[in-house]
Every structure is written in C-alpha cells, then in structure tokens.
Design a protein around this ligand. Structure first.
Ligand SMILES: Nc1ncnc2c1ncn2[C@@H]1O[C@H](COP(=O)(O)OP(=O)(O)O)[C@@H](O)[C@H]1O
Ligand SMILES: [Mg+2]
Length: 305
C-alpha cells in the first residue's frame, strides 16, 4: 500500500476534486486517511464544504483534512537560514544579512524547499496515525519542481560537502605547518565542523524524501479529453522519467460519458492503466458529490501497490 498519493496535471483538470474523491473513497474502505492541500490557492475546503486550516481536522469518518500554509513554511525556512547564517558567519561584518534574505525570499527554489519540508513534516507527523496521505498538489510547474528538488539538491550538496572537506583538509595542513595559524576553532575536523554537519544532515533529509517519492508514493497524472492537457501529461511523464520517479497511472477526468478513450491518450499511454471519471454537468460538491465520482479502479490500483 502506497503511503503517499500525488495527483499531478494542468490547472483545472480536476486534481483537487479527484484527490478529495480518492481520499474519501479510501477512508470509506476503512483506511485512516489524511488529505493535505499544498496549493497556496486553497480550495480543498470548498469541496468538502468546510473551512480547513493549517492543522488537521476531521472531514468524515476516518478522513482528516489539512490546508498546509506554504507561506508559513517559506517564512520558517527563511528564519532558519537567517539563524544559521548569523551563527556561522558572525565574523563577516561586511555581509548585509537583510538584503541577502530579501534575495533568498524570492530566489528560485525557495518555495519548492518550503513545500518539500512541509511534505516531510506532514509525513513525519501523520505516518503513524494515518494509513494513507493524499496530497492535493500545487499547479504543475511547482509540483514537478518540488519532486525534482531532492535529486537536484543531492547533487549540489554533495559538491558543496566535497568542497568543505577540501577546505578542512587545507586547514589541517596549515595547522601542521604552523600550530598558531589563525584557523577558526571547531572547523578543522569534519565531525566537529558545523557547516559540514549541516550539509550532511540536509543530504540525509533529501535522500529520505527522494526515497519517499520513489518507494512510497503513488504518482498519477490527471488529464481531460483535450489536446492541451494531453500534451501537459506527456511532459509530466517525461519529466518524472528523468527524475527516476514512476508514474503509476493516468486519470481521464471530465470524460464524455460512454465515449471511447481519446486516440492520443490510448496511443501515448498504452502501457499505463487509464482510469476514467465522467464529466458531471452539475459539478462536484460535498461528500455526496464526491461519493458519486467513479474512482473505484484508481482506488483499487492504489491499494494493490
Ligand atoms: N468530473 C467532473 N465533472 C464536472 N466538473 C468537474 C469534474 N472534475 C472537476 N470538475 C470541476 O472542474 C473545476 C476544476 O477542478 P479542480 O479539482 O479544482 O481542478 P485542479 O485542482 O486540477 O485545478 C472545479 O470547478 C471542479 O468542480
Ligand atoms: Mg487544485
């Protein structure tokens, strides 16, 4: 049984709706489920007809919901960075910390990291109490970037750790030649160096997250019967391939009732299970609406892995 479930796809295809329907269906099978929205434009609560918050609250029997406050995670990440920079670079008076943090706030990657640490936190705090965590992901671009973050960051933290190791080795050489050399205390041995320690601990966390995405996550892509969402789904599949992540299935949502599976979809995704949910003209609202979404095939597939 996959512990985590992620719905990917273009905006508006029905990720939030299918996440909610799937989470609800899993909970009705007797699983303890948490549904967590990572989309900063939260609309998960609207579907259930309740106001969700940054803390889990009961939505139905066996189903809890949470809207993760991504902005708070960005603030937390910046705050942590501020404390670390201050602690490690206190000697560097020329460093203008505030302007550096302003840059960091809008730097590429900041929001992805925040989302990543939020997932880590949600998983760590709820894996023991819930069988499955369904994530309602943010729009495609960000979703793929946070999935890419662990493998990308492992590369650069590895390079940085190597560099730091070289600096420490040079300091040791320097001290051997001249025991009075002005070398910072506690920053000679890898085991005692804070920077090296920090890099190693980030690497451990990133590896764990990458493992989580590879081993314990069910990734599915949602599309509609139109060319644009098919193109986006193909792009997502390629991107996941590149990241070494496995796409498990395709959900065709808002399908024309009783129509055949669109040719392009059948052709390009012939090796994947395709689960179809029909277009419901009245829209989908509330637990009653969600219960009517045809999601059995997907739910069975998630349960079978
Ligand atoms: N099968 C469906 N039939 C009819 N309306 C749907 C269906 N799936 C989703 N919708 C509607 O489409 C809109 C976008 O769905 P949503 O789940 O918010 O997409 P996303 O999270 O991918 O942006 C919402 O108004 C939702 O109610
Ligand atoms: Mg959504």
């Amino acid at each position: 049984m996959s512990q985590l479930v992620f719905f990917l796809g273009k905006g508006g295809v029905g990720k939030t709706t299918l996440s909610a329907a799937t989470a609800f269906a899993l909970s009705r099978q007797g699983r303890k489920v948490l549904i967590a929205s990572l989309d900063p434009a939260h609309n998960l609560g609207d579907i259930f007809g309740i106001r969700l918050r940054n803390e889990p609250m009961p939505v139905a029997d066996g189903l809890d919901g949470i809207e993760v406050d991504v902005a708070e995670w960005v603030a937390r990440y910046l705050d942590e960075s501020r404390r670390e920079i201050k602690a490690n670079y206190a000697y560097s008076m020329s460093l203008n910390l505030d302007s550096l943090l302003d840059i960091l706030k809008y730097a590429p990657g900041t929001e992805e990291y925040a989302v990543l640490w939020a997932i880590e936190h949600v998983h760590r705090t709820h894996a023991d109490t819930h069988d499955t965590i369904v994530f309602d992901t943010p729009p495609t671009a960000l979703a793929l970037r946070f999935l890419a973050m662990p493998s990308l960051s492992i590369l650069w933290t590895r390079a940085l750790a190597k560099l730091r190791g070289q600096i420490l080795a040079k300091r040791q050489t320097l001290l051997r030649v001249n025991p009075d050399a002005p070398v910072p205390k506690g920053a000679i041995d890898k085991r005692e160096d804070r920077v090296y320690g920090k890099l190693t601990s980030i690497q451990t966390r990133l590896h764990a997250l990458h493992d989580l995405f590879i081993r314990e996550s069910y990734l599915t892509v949602v599309m509609n019967p139109d060319e644009l969402s098919l193109a986006e789904s193909l792009r997502i599949r390629e991107e996941l391939d590149r990241l070494g992540l496995t796409l498990r299935s395709v959900c065709l949502n808002k399908a024309v009732p009783a129509a055949a599976i669109p040719k392009g979809l059948a052709e390009h995704f012939k090796d994947f299970p395709v689960f179809v949910s029909d277009l419901r003209p009245g829209g989908i609202r509330g637990l009653q609406g969600l219960a009517q979404v045809d999601i059995c095939g997907l739910v069975r597939h998630i349960g079978s892995l």
